[in-house]
Design a protein around this ligand. Structure first.
Ligand code: GLY
Length: 352
């Protein structure tokens, strides 16, 4: 089992990563004096994995429907009402079990119920295991865009068991690896550089999954420790491909999975980097090759006008839309005030 430390002053925590970690959650929680509370779980994930946690009756299960539509203020209110009706107090804890949607939604409920309960994440998708189970971002969507309402609320621990990935549907599984490629392009740690690694990943090899997840979390832990509240420009780099990706997701009513949209968003960012004379001309096709090697889309039918409203409301847009672009692999830069003409050219290159 690997242990990743998130070194935040006064609220440091560990992420345990390894095959079979689910079997240790009950003991770890007892050690952390988490004796009762609620488990906020994706209904489908609860059916598959809840019994492995072997938690006592002091933990009540609240399920939510799978899918991005559950990540709403309405669902948050339902959860908060259920927590109140169960008599949940500040001594209780919230455990989330599921993918990024449940982690963000359950984390949000945990952060505002009685001004904040202790939170634990048990992520069960690639995306949530390599990214959203640490760092403390919580949130729900509004019709105007993704993650427009949320808080920072660090977990007290996260428990990452790659064995949960073996039952994921193929599309969901592959889409999570866009985030892994992101760490390669934005931070220079390419974990899927060889065809052998890609084929092992697609075969869901346990050893490489554990290694890749721990490496991603190690990078993210360092970034979060340097810029917890996303104010200093370090954490924003984790959003490589996300500004355009979030807008694509929201404009398409979430028909694209997050990782699919982020993959397209990274191709867009690579195209824009070249268009603005920053990045090497090989960057966009390198992106296409790598993204298609894990079976994610490299084209999308869209135009600037249909996503513009979502770009302008992106949560990082206090001085106009900010783009994470690349001078080269591992050399990211935040750029704002990009002319529409450059955006239009880059969008045009994504269209079939
Ligand atoms: N997923 C980006 C962040 O946590 O800041």
């Amino acid at each position: 089992m690997k242990k990743i430390e998130v070194n935040l002053p006064g609220k440091a925590y560990q992420v345990l990563v390894g095959m079979g970690v689910l079997d240790h959650v009950a003991d770890e929680l007892a050690h952390l004096e988490a004796d009762g509370g609620v488990i906020i779980a994706d209904r489908a994930v609860a059916e598959a994995h809840m019994s492995k946690l072997a938690l006592s009756d002091a933990f009540k299960v609240l399920t939510v429907e799978p899918g991005e539509a559950s990540k709403s203020l309405d669902t948050s209110e339902e959860l908060l009402n259920k927590m109140a009706s169960l008599g949940v107090t500040r001594d209780d804890v919230v455990i989330t079990l599921g993918g990024g949607m449940v982690g963000d939604l359950g984390g949000f409920a945990a952060s505002i119920y009685m001004r904040g309960l202790r939170l634990f994440h048990v992520p069960t998708t690639v995306l949530s295991q390599v990214d959203s189970c640490i760092g403390g971002k919580t949130g729900v969507n509004l019709p105007y865009g993704k993650n427009l309402v949320g808080t920072f609320h660090q977990p007290a621990a996260s428990f990452v068991d790659p064995s949960t990935l073996t039952t994921l549907g193929d599309r969901e599984y592959r889409s999570g690896f866009a985030e892994v490629l992101k760490y390669g392009w934005a931070f220079g740690d390419d974990m899927l550089a060889s065809e052998l690694d890609v084929s092992k990943i697609l075969a869901r090899d346990h050893h490489i999954l554990e290694e890749v997840i721990a490496r991603c979390l190690g990078i993210k832990a360092d970034v979060v420790a340097r810029d917890e509240f996303d104010r200093l420009g370090h954490r924003a780099l984790l959003n490589y491909g996300h500004t355009f990706g979030h807008a694509l997701e929201a404009a398409g009513s979430f028909a694209l999975l997050h990782g699919e949209a982020v993959g397209l968003g990274m191709i867009f960012a690579a195209e824009l980097s070249v268009e603005l004379g920053m990045g090497p001309s090989t960057l966009p096709d390198d992106h296409r090759d790598r993204i298609s090697s894990i079976g994610l889309p490299v084209e999308v039918e869209t135009d600037l006008d249909s996503i513009r409203g979502f770009l302008e409301l992106d949560k990082k847009a206090s001085e106009g839309t900010k783009w994470v672009l690349l001078r080269d692999v591992g050399a990211p830069e935040i750029v704002s005030h990009v002319p529409d003409s450059a955006l239009e050219k880059a969008v045009g290159r994504l269209c079939p």
